[in-house]
Design a protein around this ligand. Structure first.
Ligand SMILES: NC(=O)c1ccc[n+]([C@@H]2O[C@H](COP(=O)([O-])OP(=O)(O)OC[C@H]3O[C@@H](n4cnc5c(N)ncnc54)[C@H](OP(=O)(O)O)[C@@H]3O)[C@@H](O)[C@H]2O)c1
Length: 312
């Protein structure tokens, strides 16, 4: 499977990583019921196919996803680069509350290490900015975790350029984790060039726009408590527009003997500054399909036709 280097002198990651949000089970932003055995099988299927890294977060099922990841990688620790995130705590209404206060991060990291069953977290990321804590204090605390040997690299998610500029001088930023897909391209304007210039790896999330671009999305199949029912992307007008795009993309996928989901993943990887696409899956069959995209390099004619469809 194709690999790319995360950051200057950083680790080598496969261009598809396993995204462990959906396997977190039911919570306010859960994806409906999950079968933990199937989730474990999905992770192991990914490792069997050569995927060498997993992205999870403490907030996914409030620890559940991390526990399942820990279970799945038992005995295989040396095959996998484990990334997790801090900064979202359980709120009173079962939702999440942002905090990147240093003392909170110090508590969170120990809990994540325990749930994952590892001695060190390979990549520890701030999940969302916390407007109530100076980011310099947050980043200083994250850097201390590297010095303490609890984490190897530190990164951020959902940060803008202004925040990145403030933390870059304090400690190297290994990675940014932003959203990126055919229908969500705002990082191209400033984040992508900034990261390229500063040698910051980019691991993009939701490359299939949380399943919308899989080519098989059916809103009728969503569980009553699937977060997507309430999300903007999945409301009728957006849904209709994006599913129409999927149908226009389908002939390109078909003539390559691939699925639209694979096309969506390969498309984000056409940009060399992107280290890897974090692809969510709940079942081994989904993993088997998705990993194929890691080795698919879109030819210029297909890329041009996709741009025309996307209206760029
Ligand atoms: N940092 C952040 O704020 C943030 C935010 C979002 C995501 N992430 C990370 O990025 C990862 C990926 O994002 P994502 O899960 O939102 O979106 P995604 O990778 O675009 O889509 C994943 C979803 O698509 C469906 N799917 C996967 N493979 C499929 C296949 N072969 N055929 C049909 N459907 C398939 C599955 O849901 P169904 O089968 O239920 O449709 C799966 O859960 C997450 O797991 C998480 O690690 C991070």
């Amino acid at each position: 499977m194709q690999t790319r280097t995360l950051c200057k002198d950083g680790p080598t990651l496969t261009t598809v990583g396993f995204g462990a949000w959906a396997i977190g089970g039911p919570w306010k932003f859960g994806w409906g019921p999950v079968d933990d055995g199937e989730s474990t099988d999905a992770i192991r299927a990914a490792l069997d196919r050569g995927v060498n890294w997993i992205d999870t977060a403490a907030v996914y099922g409030f620890g559940h996803s991390e526990k399942i990841v820990g279970e799945a990688i038992k005995g295989r620790r040396d095959e996998v680069f484990v990334a997790t995130k801090c900064g979202l705590l359980k709120g009173e209404d079962g939702s999440s509350v942002r905090t990147l206060r240093p003392e909170s991060i110090r508590k969170e990291v120990d809990a994540s290490l325990e749930r994952l069953g590892v001695e060190v977290i390979d990549l520890y990321q701030c999940h969302w900015p916390d407007p109530d804590t100076p980011v310099e204090e947050t980043w200083g605390a994250m850097a201390d975790l590297v010095k303490a040997g609890k984490v190897r690299y530190i990164g951020v998610s959902n940060f803008d350029v202004a925040l990145l500029e403030r933390i870059v001088p304090i400690h190297p930023v290994a990675s940014l984790q932003p959203p990126y897909s055919m229908v969500r391209r705002d990082i191209e304007a400033d984040l992508l060039p900034f990261c390229r210039e500063h040698g910051i790896g980019i691991v993009v999330y939701s490359p299939m726009q949380s399943g919308l671009l899989s080519g098989k999305f059916d809103p009728e199949r969503l569980a009553p408590d699937d977060w997507r029912r309430g999300a903007q992307w999945f409301q009728p007008q957006n849904l209709e527009r994006n599913l129409a795009i999927v149908e226009r993309l389908r002939p390109i996928a078909d003539r390559n003997g691939k699925t639209v989901g694979q096309l969506a993943i390969a498309w984000v990887l056409r940009e060399p500054a992107i280290t890897s696409a974090i692809v969510g899956a709940r079942r081994p069959e989904q993993v088997q399909e998705n990993v194929v995209a890691a080795d698919w390099q879109l030819v210029p004619e297909d890329r041009a036709e996709i741009e025309a469809i996307l209206g760029v």
